[in-house]
Design a protein around this ligand. Structure first.
Ligand code: ASP
Length: 328
């Protein structure tokens, strides 16, 4: 008989990239560890109380979206035009129900807009102004450009546009920033947040939310709002959330590929994430990482960047927070 795993489990991430000890100041590192601890504990509280994996994923990601340390919601990176265009997706492994949004600019919590697509529409993916209008119609909180603005991300935009030889757009009006936002680290143009969870009912779920890439143009959309690329969940396999160079994750269908290796290839979850990240993604030249959980409570992560902000916690198991490559 299979060994009984934890009754619930949760893994979250805050992006992967050029994150190393010599790049992060001690106060930045402390802020990221504290944030990941808060988020993982909040998600765990939902699961411990018997809540659904979908609710835990949404709750954890809302906190990450509100935290200006991370490239999602408040603190998201800017497009070349100086706008915020937010992408998110969420998937229920029990039913394969999925919702996603791309290019939101006024909705405070894109992950909740993605969730509302499941509950309040017949669709899977909504984009642009229509997606914001849908979120409004569902009663989701709206915010001004100044709410999302942080000085650190604006500086990153100015640097990126300088390299590209593109003009600097005017700063959004009413731009406010605070001391915490100043601790945000530039992981190298990107960043994303995500969460995967298993609940006591045996169901897995996954969600991902991002501002995309600094200085993106032409309505560029990455992997994060694409079901199968940046997010996938199926009780027959696992729940997966990705972060990294979206164009590569899209071409490999990374999240679904991991699930397919588990469901049809018979690989353990850890072997499947390592195979796809360390072999397939690396061979294609893509950088990034993934987190995953399966219905047996196995938790896994893998990344081929210098670091990935990450945390995991499960019933009867202690919280583990990691940033650098040499941490467990
Ligand atoms: N995957 C995100 C995108 O390509 C960015 C990231 O995760 O760093 O939009």
């Amino acid at each position: 008989m299979a060994e009984a795993g934890p009754r619930w489990a949760l893994v979250c991430h805050g992006g992967a990239g050029a994150i190393s000890r010599d790049r992060l100041r001690p106060e930045q590192e402390a802020a990221y560890r504290e944030a990941l601890t808060t988020v993982a504990n909040a998600g765990a509280a939902v699961l411990r109380a018997g809540g659904s994996s979908l609710d835990a994923v949404e709750a954890a990601i809302q906190l990450l979206e509100d935290d200006p340390l991370f490239n999602a919601g408040r603190g998201a990176v800017f497009t070349a035009e100086g706008r915020i265009e937010l992408d998110a997706s969420i998937m229920d492994g029990a039913t394969l129900a999925a919702g996603a949004v791309a290019g939101l600019s006024t909705t405070r919590h894109p992950i909740s807009a993605a969730r509302a697509v499941i509950d309040g529409s017949d669709h899977v993916l909504l984009g642009g102004e229509g997606a914001d209008a849908f979120a409004r119609s569902q009663g989701l909180e709206q915010a001004d450009p100044g709410f999302f603005f942080t000085e650190a991300r604006w500086k990153s935009l100015e640097r990126a546009l300088g390299k590209l030889g593109l003009p600097i757009p005017p700063k959004p009006l009413d731009a406010a920033s605070d001391a915490r936002a100043a601790l945000a680290h530039d992981e190298g143009k990107r960043g994303t947040v995500g969460c995967v969870a298993l609940d006591v009912h045996g169901n897995v779920a996954a969600g991902t939310s991002t501002g995309g890439t600094t200085a993106k143009r032409w309505g560029r959309v990455g992997d994060s709002p694409l079901i199968g690329a940046g997010t996938y969940a199926a009780n027959a396999a696992a729940a997966v959330s990705c972060t990294g160079a979206g164009e590569y994750f899209i071409r490999l269908g990374v999240a679904h590929r991991i699930c397919a290796l588990v469901e049809h290839g018979g690989l353990s979850l850890q072997r499947a994430v390592e195979r796809v990240v360390q072999q397939d993604l690396t061979a294609l030249g893509g950088e990034g990482g993934v987190i995953a959980v399966d219905p047996h409570g196995h938790m896994a992560w893998s990344f081929n960047t210098e670091g990935m902000y990450r945390a995991r916690i499960a019933d009867g198991e202690p919280l583990v927070v990691g940033i650098y490559e040499d941490e467990s």
